[in-house]
Design a protein around this ligand. Structure first.
Ligand SMILES: [Zn+2]
Ligand SMILES: [Zn+2]
Length: 346
């Protein structure tokens, strides 16, 4: 089968590999029909995730059809159409029992990281009963690819960790796919204002269409002043950091109001400054995390009912043979006005 593999720092290869086979009775083999590329895949290619070794198939998002089923799998049968969660979880260990699937003792984020991922014709999914979801009849499968990672990440680590409430003023720093996912899901909780902050006017336009009430272009270095102006100098109740660099985390600290929540979603590669000398007296909560995807069943219902329309995030489509082109487009997202790219195997 074809697979897109990590070839060492700054290198990837489209190669022929043997089709995966069942290793444990709790495994399922899925034939991938649609997958996508995540910012995390780009971090891996830049060499930021040293646990990924050369030859590893990348990708942790996708939908497909069950091809083979281990003898201990109860919930799935050959031919079922399934959504693959970016997080693998046994459902039985102490962390899984707490709903903390991200830290499953025999799983977590392993796909396209510690085991071969979804940017291939077939993938092996361990602990399939807890790590796959049935695709409801009549739901757009492209939309569901957005539910493997970015929608649960934006919701759980941004909106829920940030405790967005009715009437809140929310700032989202970073209008990439995960920031936009936070924007879409924040609206479940009826905040009064959602301010999107980004450097790119195109992304800010997209954010307005997705429900941002105000937008701030931060390229002039005046984002703090602009947010303070928009909030009667009070700052925001919730600041969601969806970039992962020191300046954006600093911006969140400067615009947060007393009693506010800073929810860090971004993947950081460098240490950041924490101004505790200013924040200690202001009753601020700072949260971080890796998505557990335990909101996926809820998100599936909201997509099925039409409340949530994640297909809006798809801007480009490729066949699997053109996956390297898809990487080029996604790597230069601003220039190509790209959000999420869909790679089809059908
Ligand atoms: Zn991802
Ligand atoms: Zn577990």
């Amino acid at each position: 089968m074809k697979a897109l593999t990590f070839g060492g720092k700054h290198s990837k290869e489209l190669v022929e590999k043997p089709k995966p086979s069942l290793v444990k009775p709790t495994d399922v083999i899925v034939k991938i029909t649609k997958t996508t590329i995540c910012g995390t895949d780009l971090h891996i290619l830049s060499g930021d995730v040293p646990a990924v070794t050369a030859g590893r198939t990348l990708g942790h998002e996708g939908v497909g059809i069950v091809e083979e089923v281990g003898s201990a799998v109860n919930n799935f049968k050959v031919g079922d159409r399934v959504l693959i969660s970016c997080v693998t979880s046994c459902g039985k260990c102490d962390n899984c029992k707490k709903g903390l699937y991200a830290h499953c003792e025999d799983g977590g984020w392993i796909l396209g990281h510690l085991i071969d991922g979804t940017q291939a014709e077939y993938v092996r999914i361990p602990h399939a009963d807890n790590s796959l979801y049935h695709i409801p009849e009549g739901v757009d499968e492209e939309a569901l690819v957005m539910l493997s990672d970015i929608l649960p990440t934006g919701l759980e680590i941004g909106v829920l960790s940030g405790q967005v409430k009715p009437g809140d003023t929310v700032a989202i720093v970073g209008g990439g796919p995960v920031g936009l996912a936070a924007l879409l899901t924040a609206q479940f909780y009826s905040p009064a204002e959602i301010i999107m902050i980004d450097l790119d006017d195109n992304r800010l336009e997209v954010a307005k269409k997705f429900g941002a009430t105000k937008v701030v272009n931060s390229s002039d270095g005046k984002a703090v002043e602009k947010v303070m102006e928009l909030t009667d100098k009070k700052g925001v109740d919730v600041a969601i950091e969806a970039v992962g660099i020191p300046t954006t985390f600093l911006l969140c600290q400067e615009i947060i109001s007393a009693g506010g929540h800073i929810a860090n979603v971004g993947v950081h590669g460098k240490s950041v400054e924490l101004h505790l000398e200013k924040l200690w007296i202001r009753n601020i909560t700072i949260t971080t995390g890796l998505v557990s995807t335990n909101s996926t069943p809820m998100l599936l219902k909201t997509v099925k009912s039409g409340k949530l329309k994640p297909e809006q995030l798809v801007t480009h489509r490729f066949t699997f043979d053109d996956i390297e082109k898809a990487y080029d487009v996604f790597s230069n997202a601003a220039q190509n006005k790209a959000l999420k790219v869909i790679i089809s195997n059908e």
